[in-house]
Write a protein that binds this ligand. Structure first.
Ligand SMILES: [Zn+2]
Length: 89
């Protein structure tokens, strides 16, 4: 048992004397604002990343359907006009 440093992320614990000593030198105390800001930034990035993941899989899905349709269309064109017809050239 002992006292635990109150600064989040800091895992220091010891006797109340040790804690008093520690509080003056707590590296996390000095970094507290920076760590909070960094946490918020990472949270934002995770949200953005997830949105991009969702958009990416939506686009990938749509691209798959589109290429199926293009292939079917090409086959129809081949059947109608023969194999020499090239789309886009
Ligand atoms: Zn601490």
């Amino acid at each position: 048992m002992g006292n635990t440093c109150l600064v989040s992320s800091c895992e220091f614990h010891g006797t109340s004397e040790e804690l008093e000593d520690h509080t003056d030198n707590c590296h996390y105390e000095a970094l507290k604002d920076y760590l909070q800001l960094t946490d918020a930034r990472i949270g934002n990035l995770q949200t953005q990343l997830q949105e991009k993941d969702e958009r990416l899989s939506f686009l990938t899905n749509m691209l798959g359907k589109l290429s199926e349709r293009v292939e079917a269309l090409e086959k129809t064109m081949d059947d109608k006009f023969g194999k020499d017809v090239v789309l886009g050239d």
